[in-house]
Design a protein around this ligand. Structure first.
Ligand SMILES: [Fe+2]
Ligand SMILES: [Fe+2]
Length: 282
């Protein structure tokens, strides 16, 4: 078996993706979905329900009166917020462990993932785009390939670093040159295995190479932008954080000025502080 085959086989060691979260993802893709459909799917899952209530009653929403049920949560925080809580809490188990190859300690990849998901909403607002749970999900899960690739990156770290330094490759290119596959491509394969909708698969697969995406350009470019901004703030910038080749085109495409970015980062930092309380819970 060659190295790529070994990497691909190790995907099977990931824990199964929770069926209830998979169902929520499918519902969110369907324009006919009503808020009640989502509540119906999750209401029998005790841990999802408990998570929704905990987050609703946290400092993040600063509600005056506590929320006691899913139906009440829906009325008080709205459909998008409800779906975002379900997805965020339902996927944290994937990202919480340390990714040693990437020099990310326990919880660091998780912080980076949440920061990117929050940025998808902050940036959509700033760019006058419609906010959607689909963008949120693609940004949240974009680095899922790192979870599997981290062990292989650790084993081959010296070679990857040498390629970055001597051959002027980006970290991603050096991963591919050394291991035969990079974390973005691997993430796309994982997302396909889990039967994620094709737009989310594309957001994950092309998050470092948005111009190669054959479709879903807007979603892919936004996922890329979120990652770049999160790395600029230093959230989750491990071994690879500074070694991606920035694509000036995406920044120009969005016509973001330094002042815009500064405001976006201030907004992100204040939102990250509010979610801090439940970021530490795996
Ligand atoms: Fe990445
Ligand atoms: Fe990332």
């Amino acid at each position: 078996m060659n190295l790529v085959e070994v990497v691909l086989q190790s995907v099977t060691q990931l824990p199964p993706f929770p069926a209830v979260i998979q169902r929520v993802l499918q519902l969110v893709e369907d324009p006919k979905t009503s808020a009640r459909d989502v509540v119906e799917v999750i209401q029998y899952d005790q841990s999802v329900t408990a998570n929704v209530l905990m987050v609703c009653n946290s400092a993040y929403f600063s509600l005056r009166r506590p929320v006691h049920s899913l139906a009440e949560a829906l009325v008080r925080i709205g459909f998008n917020n409800l779906v975002e809580i379900i997805l965020t809490r339902g996927t944290s188990f994937l990202f919480f462990q340390a990714c040693q190859g990437y020099q990310l300690q326990n919880g660091e990849l998780w912080r980076h993932s949440v920061a990117c998901a929050l940025l998808s909403q902050i940036l959509a607002d700033r760019l006058n785009q419609k906010k959607s749970p689909i963008q949120f999900t693609a940004a949240l899960l974009h680095d899922v390939g790192k979870v599997v690739l981290a062990g292989f990156v650790r084993e081959h770290f010296e070679e990857i670093r040498r390629r970055v330094q001597e051959e002027n490759l980006s970290f991603l290119e050096a991963e591919k040159a050394t291991l035969g596959i990079d974390h973005a491509e691997l993430g796309g394969k994982i997302a396909e295995n889990w039967k994620f909708p094709p737009d989310i698969v594309a957001g994950i697969r092309y998050h470092h190479t948005p111009f190669l995406a054959p479709e879903f350009q807007d979603l892919v470019s936004l996922a890329y932008l979120c990652d770049v901004v999160a790395l600029m703030t230093g959230i989750g910038g491990g071994a690879d954080g500074l070694s991606y080749h920035a694509y000036k085109e995406v920044m120009e495409q969005y016509a973001l000025k330094e002042q815009d970015l500064e405001e976006v980062i201030i907004d992100l930092e204040s939102r990250m502080k509010k979610v801090e309380g439940f970021l530490n819970v795996p």
